[in-house]
Design a protein. Structure first.
Length: 244
């Protein structure tokens, strides 16, 4: 009987559920479990003649990664393919392009360009779209988000409330509800989010980014930090414009 302990990015219950069909279907695997509380998200597999590469292929088919034996930096490559930046982050880039395009089109049909209105429309569309993807699998998002957010870690309920806060902010921007309050709340909201993302990046945690929920398997990277930073910066600019 062979036992393998492998570091993965299976950081939540929904991640484990995603790989279950692939691991359970392998007749050479007798038993397996994932310790999501371990920083390495260790996957322990017991079986007859099962290999780390074989396990990595199963995990990859579910959209996740095996980084190597637990406690080492030795990588396991189940295939020679690697996703490019565009193929990895196209969902985020698409939402960004849609939101920007809508804001531009609306300004084109306005009597004159208004920077405040353009930014409000962009941010409104962005928040509404992002909240939509999170709400498609709310428990899964809460699991993934709890893995790195500074508020969601001790208060799991915050992970369930987060998409609704995003949706509320998005609608507030679109209907121009109390711009001063909306921008102040957004700046605080995004700055808090940046702390968790920055900490995860500083620790080089190989975890799933929950910015678009669990619909897409996006790795945590500086893209998430830039996204939060952009929203915080735009809300700060609008606050300054309102107060000037």
């Amino acid at each position: 009987m062979t036992i393998h302990k492998l570091a993965t990015n299976l950081n939540c219950g929904s991640c484990v559920a995603a790989v279950r069909p692939f691991l359970d279907a392998d007749p050479t695997i007798r038993r397996w479990e994932v310790d999501t509380n371990n920083p390495g998200k260790v996957l322990t597999v017991e079986g007859e003649a099962v290999t780390p590469r074989q396990i990595a292929r199963h995990v990859e088919r579910a959209g996740f990664k095996v980084f190597g034996p637990a406690g080492t930096g030795e990588p396991i490559n189940p295939s020679s393919d690697s996703r490019s930046f565009m193929s990895t982050y196209w969902p985020v880039l698409l939402v960004f392009a849609y939101s920007l395009g809508i804001a531009i089109v609306l300004e084109c049909f306005a009597e004159k360009f208004d920077g405040m209105r353009a930014m409000s429309n962009f941010m409104g569309g962005f928040f509404v779209a992002f909240s939509f993807f999170k709400l498609l699998d709310l428990p899964g998002f809460a699991d993934a988000f709890q893995g790195y957010d500074v508020v969601a870690k001790p208060i799991r309920t915050y992970g369930y409330l987060y998409p609704f806060i995003e949706l509320s902010l998005g609608l507030a921007y679109l209907v121009r509800f109390s711009p001063l309050l909306t921008n102040a709340a957004t700046m605080a909201f995004m700055l808090v989010g940046m702390i968790g993302v920055a900490r995860a990046l500083a620790r080089k945690q190989q975890i799933r980014c929950a910015c678009l929920g669990t619909v897409f398997n996006l790795p945590m990277s500086t893209v998430a930090l830039i996204e939060d930073g952009l929203m915080a910066a735009m809300s700060a600019i609008m606050l300054a414009m309102l107060l000037s």
